[in-house]
Design a protein. Structure first.
Length: 298
């Protein structure tokens, strides 16, 4: 987060006062910014109005109130519906709505055709992390570098900022890539706890073992990046793909013995076996990324 003592108090508009929009607006208000808000269900804007925000009667009125417009709605379709009919000429539109890279690029072109400058964003935080400097939360931004630099201090008030490129789709791509990795980790955690659940093993005793193990495995991220950039998937391999694939039957038999569905684990194991069958058993798992790349006809 930016030190609010030195941030210009730029007036701004927030479209959407759900949990995240309200959290963002609340922090900007606390930092001394004039905030105008709009929400499709007007009653949901009442709590933030009580804290000093101005509630606009319509999205168009909210857009007209300030040059800097923050959009935090349900999805890309909601953005189009909310802004339909609003005069965007001369506005700086920052879209914090979760979407896909293609949606971000298309929305940028749509906004620019209407005379607005545009940034897309991906929020790597949940509402309680907003305004909490030590939470680790931040927001990816992509699009106009000049627009980002102009509003960097204001955007940095509620959470850290990370500009990831002039390609407007990159914020959403970074966001979804990280969330996809998180989903895979949660799938592994879910499967692990399912395996021990029938036994006399306290989840609270198992949890620190699991957390420490996942932490110990985290450096594999950097090793994967190194191998992808070098193109050599056999560099410094400690546990080969063939060795890992040899454990697949044990994983599946254990799940069967524990009466646990293998559905979270099986797709990854099948991918591993497929890569080995193609003659890449001496690699680590990095080469499996090629199997996921549909452009290669995998």
């Amino acid at each position: 987060m930016t030190d609010t003592a030195v941030v210009p108090r730029t007036p701004l508009t927030v479209l959407g006062t759900g949990a995240m929009g309200t959290a963002l607006a609340r922090v900007w208000l606390a930092a001394g910014h004039e905030v105008t808000v709009w929400n499709r269900t007007a009653a949901r804007a009442e709590p933030i109005a009580a804290e000093g925000a101005t509630v606009a009667a319509s999205a168009a009125d909210a857009v007209a109130a300030n040059r800097l417009v923050i959009v935090c709605l349900l999805d890309d379709a909601s953005v189009g519906e909310a802004l339909d009919g609003a005069d965007l000429a001369g506005r700086d539109l920052v879209n914090l709505t979760t979407g896909t890279p293609a949606e971000g690029r298309a929305r940028a072109a749509w906004a620019e055709e209407r005379g607005a400058r545009f940034l897309d964003a991906g929020i790597m935080a949940v509402p309680p992390m907003i305004g909490a400097p030590d939470s680790g939360g931040y927001v990816f931004y992509s699009g106009s570098p000049e627009l980002f630099e102009e509003h960097r201090d204001t955007l940095g008030v509620p959470a850290g900022t990370r500009f990831v490129g002039a390609d407007t789709g990159f914020a959403a791509l970074h966001d979804v890539a990280l969330l996809s990795a998180m989903s895979g980790m949660f799938a592994g955690i879910t499967h692990a706890f399912a395996l021990i659940r029938p036994e006399d093993i306290a989840p609270k005793d198992f949890a620190p073992l699991l957390a420490d193990w996942l932490t110990a495995m985290a450096p594999a991220v950097h090793q994967t990046a190194d191998r992808l950039e070098s193109g050599d998937h056999t560099r410094n391999v400690v546990s080969s793909l063939a060795m890992q694939a040899a454990g697949v039957p044990t994983f599946l038999r254990t799940a069967e013995e524990q009466h646990v569905s293998p559905e979270l684990l099986a797709p990854y194991l099948r991918l591993m076996e497929r890569r080995v069958a193609q003659g890449h058993g001496e690699e680590d798992g990095t080469g499996m990324i090629e199997l996921l790349d549909l452009r290669r006809g995998a």
